[in-house]
Design a binder for this molecule. Structure first.
Ligand code: GAP
Length: 481
């Protein structure tokens, strides 16, 4: 991304207070509200307001367009949130999607043991990783270091225990063992269990991928850092199936890394120097993966996982064959060879992408604050203002323009306060263009500007007059260039 030409400054991520500024702006401007606020809140849950739902949807649409619609080797799927419970036994999540937790006996705060220990050492200026340590080893460190509860300051922990992150519920009215189901912990498993139906109902041939967007649920009980880690979140996952005898998985893996990076920098407009790749060590890597790398973004709380890329081999399809008894192999139409395909999985959370996009776009320019969002992602592409709300001729003209543009783009309307305040509000929402309908538009300033409006650019603040009849094309060119 090009460097800023003006004096405007993107408050560099990591600078103190950026997260607080974003959380506050998100609430003030209708992006993200704290979850269940009128009941005192619910930890790690959020509501997406009118601007937030548009931004989130634009990120989802962009992902779907780039990775599903515009690729001939991809198809889409929308599977259920509640799948047959055997799915999660087969996938290993019932046994494996666990965190080692401790509970403070004094205030009953539960926290992940690894986070507790790592934060403790970080506060001392030491970098310690406890990946792969057993519960007993974690216990020993907590005891030896006498790590206190971050909530109440007491040192009175339960022993470290494994805690499963899958949400359980029951189908039907009787909560008995046979009726137990799980809310999906990842969208990926829906793809594996539909693999045969996709093969049988379409003309796909290896290599091909299946993309899915949808909610996943995890019983996260550690501090979520705004929408970075939440109980429910939108995942965008791809299972890319291939023949390991025909394709070199390492080359395919590198190709996916390139596609992911291009999406984040090109489509979402993130600066490349805010990103890095980190490979999982043997102890951290999930049980199903032969190689995992995370694309990490430099959040204000450090470089953290944004998007994971895992080579899951044929693990999942084999497991589902074993547990279901159904043949999930693929027959090569040319050679007739029958085998279980391997899979590479790029898996990202849309909410995490949205947090990154907002943080990255946050710009302060003197007193002015604006979200320098890519126009394609902005919740509203333009805002329409009648110069004065008490002049019916201006309001009527502005309404006609608003109604017309709204058929093509999401457009905001504002007739409150003065123009400066309206600019201020739209800047914080990230609206790339503000259109003012004034007396010149009505022809009162002479023929030259009749039926033109002032278009003000969010990033430069510059204004130009554009003919009403050319507005649609003008905006389209600027937004979707
Ligand atoms: N199917 C593989 C899988 O689910 P993961 O690394 O656990 O792997 C993939 O999750 C992505 O989903 C993460 O990179 C992150 O972007 C997002 N994600 C995971 N847990 C999340 C949570 N509790 N809240 C928000 N996003 C989450």
């Amino acid at each position: 991304m090009k460097k800023e030409k003006t004096a405007a400054k993107n408050t560099s991520v990591g600078e103190s207070g950026l997260m607080e500024k974003i959380v506050s702006l998100a609430k003030r401007r209708g992006f993200v509200f704290p979850g269940s606020e009128i009941y005192g809140g619910l930890a790690n849950s959020y509501e997406y307001g009118p601007a937030g739902v548009e931004l989130k949807k634009n990120i989802q649409d962009e992902w779907w367009r780039v990775f599903v619609r515009e690729r001939s080797d991809m198809v889409g799927l929308d599977s259920s949130i509640i799948l047959h419970p055997k799915t999660w036994e087969a996938s290993g999540h019932v046994a494996g999607l666990v965190d080692a937790m401790v509970e403070c006996k004094a205030c009953h705060t539960r926290t992940r043991a690894d986070h507790l220990i790592e934060n403790h050492f970080e506060a001392k200026g030491e970098k310690v990783s406890v990946e792969g340590k057993t519960e007993k080893e974690l216990d020993e460190i907590i005891q030896k270091e006498k790590i206190k509860c971050p909530n109440c300051g007491k040192f009175d922990w339960t022993p470290v225990r494994k805690f499963n992150l899958l949400f359980e519920t029951h189908v039907g009215i009787v909560p008995e063992a046979q009726s137990k189901v799980y809310l999906r912990g990842e969208t990926a498993q829906g793809i594996f269990i539909s693999f045969k139906n996709i093969l049988d109902s379409t003309r796909v041939r290896l290599p091909f991928g299946v993309g899915q967007l949808g909610k996943s649920f995890r019983n996260e009980i550690t501090k979520g850092n705004f929408i970075f880690r939440t109980l429910e979140f939108e995942q965008a996952e791809i299972e890319y199936f291939f023949d390991p005898e025909e394709m070199d998985w390492k080359a395919l893996y590198e190709k996916w890394k390139g596609d992911m990076h291009e999406f984040v920098t090109g489509n979402l407009g993130i600066k490349a120097d805010m990103l890095r790749w980190r490979e999982h060590g043997d102890e951290e890597r999930s049980f199903y993966s032969k190689r995992t790398e995370d694309m990490e973004y430099k959040f204000p709380f450090g470089f953290k996982e944004l998007w994971g890329l895992a080579y899951r081999t044929d693990y999942d399809l084999n497991q589902h064959m074993k547990f279901s008894g159904v043949d999930l192999s693929y027959t090569d139409p040319t050679s007739g060879r029958k085998f279980v395909p391997h899979v590479i999985e790029p898996a990202v959370g849309i909410n995490r992408l949205m947090a990154m996009v907002m943080l990255d776009a946050y710009t302060e320019d003197g007193d002015r604050i604006y979200l320098k969002l890519k126009p394609r992602l902005a919740p509203y592409k333009a805002a329409v203002f009648p110069l004065l709300s008490n002049k019916p001729a201006l309001v009527e003209k502005a309404r006609a323009i608003y109604n017309d543009l709204q058929k093509r783009f999401p457009v905001a309307w504002d007739d409150r306060g003065n123009i400066g305040k309206r600019y201020y509000a739209q800047d914080e929402i990230g609206t790339p263009f503000c259109l003012t309908i004034d007396f010149d538009t009505l022809g009162e300033g002479g023929a030259a500007n009749k039926d033109t409006v002032t278009v003000r650019d969010r990033d430069t603040g510059t204004q130009e007059r554009v003919a009403i009849k050319k507005l649609g094309e003008f905006l389209h060119g600027k937004i979707y260039h």
